[in-house]
Write a protein that binds this ligand. Structure first.
Ligand SMILES: Nc1ncnc2c1ncn2[C@@H]1O[C@H](COP(=O)(O)OP(=O)(O)OP(=O)(O)O)[C@@H](O)[C@H]1O
Length: 231
């Protein structure tokens, strides 16, 4: 797919595929086009050229809310909760309308997710009053409440302590073990490398490397562009 904003080609002919249940990590410097690529997949932004297919069905032109219903869940780098709703209500919306759960089912799924995502005790707090860290947890919990087949995680590990980061990695692994396919944009390398079996690196909108994490991290171009290390 490709996408330009004015004269700036932000995603430049990037092509990749994912097997069912696979976990792909995306790395790249700030402004490389990573979030824009997510926006193209989730339908938040329309692509200029190319196409996208989910489980054999073309998604081109399908609006974002339908893609959510088809199983694409995502988090936003800058959390976007329904600020006036409670934490629990935020999860209920995703469970009822993205996953299509009954009220009864949604209630128990969301209660479990609160605990799993470290939000117990915040259920009745207005989402807009949560700390940044809790809003990030809510992003993840809400995406999971939608029961995605493909989960797009956009920098969810930043700002966590080592212990919190370990808990997050364990949670993402559990999600993956349930068969969810994952794409994770992350600057916290050890977190994404603990989950992803494949890494892709973007720079100025182009894919500059893709492959096994150890190979990609040791690629001279990646070390120069992303890690700032001259090989
Ligand atoms: N809606 C928009 N209109 C104009 N320019 C945009 C828009 N969205 C993104 N851009 C520009 O596209 C480029 C890529 O942005 P993007 O957020 O995709 O990068 P990124 O790799 O996710 O960066 P970061 O790691 O900082 O989140 C940037 O130069 C950004 O300013």
């Amino acid at each position: 797919m490709s996408k330009s904003f004015g004269a700036l080609r932000v995603v430049d002919d990037v092509s990749f595929d994912l097997a069912d249940g696979e976990a792909l990590g995306i790395l790249g410097p700030n402004g490389a086009g990573k979030t824009t690529l997510f926006n193209l997949i989730s339908g938040d932004t329309a692509h200029d050229a190319g196409s996208i297919t989910l489980a054999g069905g073309r998604l081109d032109g399908v609006p974002a809310f339908r893609r959510a219903g088809l199983g694409i869940g995502r988090t936003y780098q800058i959390p976007r909760p329904y600020a006036k709703m409670t934490t629990f209500e935020n999860l209920l919306v995703a469970s009822r309308f993205a996953a299509g759960r009954s009220e009864h089912e949604a209630f128990s799924t969301c209660a479990q997710l609160l605990e799993e995502c470290g939000l117990d005790g915040r259920a009745n707090r207005a989402a807009g009053s949560l700390t940044l860290l809790d809003r990030k947890r809510l992003e993840l919990a809400r995406a999971l409440a939608g029961e995605p087949k493909l989960l797009l995680l956009d920098e969810i590990a930043g700002g966590l302590t080592d212990a919190e980061s370990e808990q997050l990695v364990a949670l993402v692994r559990r999600v993956r073990e349930r068969g969810v396919t994952i794409i994770w944009i992350e600057h916290v390398l050890h977190a994404v490398m603990a989950v992803a079996e494949r890494l892709m690196v973007l720079s100025f909108g182009q894919k500059i490397a893709e492959g096994r994490p150890d190979q990609v991290i040791n690629d001279p171009e990646v070390r120069r562009v992303y890690l700032g290390i001259d090989a």
